[in-house]
Design a protein around this ligand. Structure first.
Ligand code: NDP
Length: 272
């Protein structure tokens, strides 16, 4: 029997996950199907149950269902319990397991693929939505010197800082202080680029060695990239993170680590 997997999201038509998982399976000679399912808002539980009842062994979850998937899981991983969100469901012996691989996906891309590190670094995280929340615990586990959150809606940044303060040196950066500190790493976790809006931060937030990492990829990463290039800063987009979080999900399901090749990255870049 073929292993049956999927990704649930809404919208979902542009998801790269089926291509990534099919590529992993092919490289490891594993037979599986992986489809993109457009979930209906308000019907996550019944649609997810239906998929599992019809032979599904697991699925990924993307916007806007990660909190629904958390509630849907019988047993949650530690990291899911911390973020209260799930992006990987595994169904085994009638039990639904929930995990979240977004944060580890970022760490693996940033440290292993890009050869950077987080320990003792001063980090600015711009944005306070689901993407920001997903990476904060893993960043704090890498022992940065400080992690500041800067967000258009300051209250959301404050809520995240409060939620995670037991894990490490996290605080907000408010409008009065945005001019006063510079950072080793600036991570964009906003959706500014999806709407093609201009990304900007004051020049005091960076120095010539500051690294810019955008969790977005494709056209959505253009705004931050343009700003980084204008300021002569090293820039990476979030495609590597997307592939790494998929590889972690694949490992949870198949107990095999897929090889992440340049060929796969190039294939995905062509599809963006
Ligand atoms: P959310 O909708 O949860 O959050 C959006 C964030 O962007 C909020 O902080 C919001 O601020 C901010 N924002 C939106 N518009 C503006 C604006 N005009 N000016 C300033 N701030 C703005 O989205 P997500 O967190 O889920 O996703 C963010 C990005 O991360 C997406 O591009 C997504 O594709 C990417 N992502 C990438 C992953 C990967 O594997 N590479 C994984 C997950 C996400 P406010 O609070 O004020 O509204």
């Amino acid at each position: 029997m073929m292993n049956k997997y999927a990704v649930f999201g809404n919208p979902i038509e542009h998801s790269l996950s089926p291509v990534i998982h099919e590529n992993f399976a092919k490289s490891l000679q594993i037979q599986l199907t992986y489809t993109a399912i457009l979930g209906s808002i308000g019907k996550f539980e019944s649609e997810a149950k239906n998929f599992l009842a019809n032979g599904g062994e697991g699925f990924n979850v993307t916007l806007p269902f990660k909190q629904d998937a958390f509630k849907f899981s019988d047993i949650k991983s530690d990291i899911s319990n911390i973020t209260k969100s799930v992006n990987t469901i595994t169904y085994k012996d009638g039990i639904i397991y929930g995990d979240n691989t977004d944060g580890i996906g970022f760490i693996k891309d940033f440290t292993q693929n890009l050869g950077q590190n987080i320990k003792n670094k001063k980090i600015l995280l711009v944005g306070a939505g689901g993407a920001a929340m997903g990476v904060i615990p893993n960043i704090l586990m890498e022992l940065p010197k400080e992690l500041k959150i800067y967000n258009r809606t300051e209250l959301k940044a404050q809520n995240l800082a409060n939620q995670f303060k037991a894990l490490g040196p996290i605080d907000i950066l408010d409008q009065n202080n945005i001019n006063k500190v510079n950072f080793d790493l600036i991570i964009n976790a906003t959706s500014i680029g999806i709407n093609n809006l201009k990304f900007s931060l004051p020049s005091n937030t960076f120095n010539k060695n500051t690294i810019c990492y955008d969790m977005s990829y494709g056209n959505a990463s253009r705004s931050f990239m343009i700003w980084a290039e204008y300021n002569n800063l090293k820039f990476y987009d979030g495609l590597g993170m997307l592939i790494e979080q998929a590889a972690e999900s694949f490992f949870i399901w198949q107990n095999k680590k897929p090889n992440i090749t340049e060929e796969l990255k190039n294939l995905l870049r062509k599809k963006l």
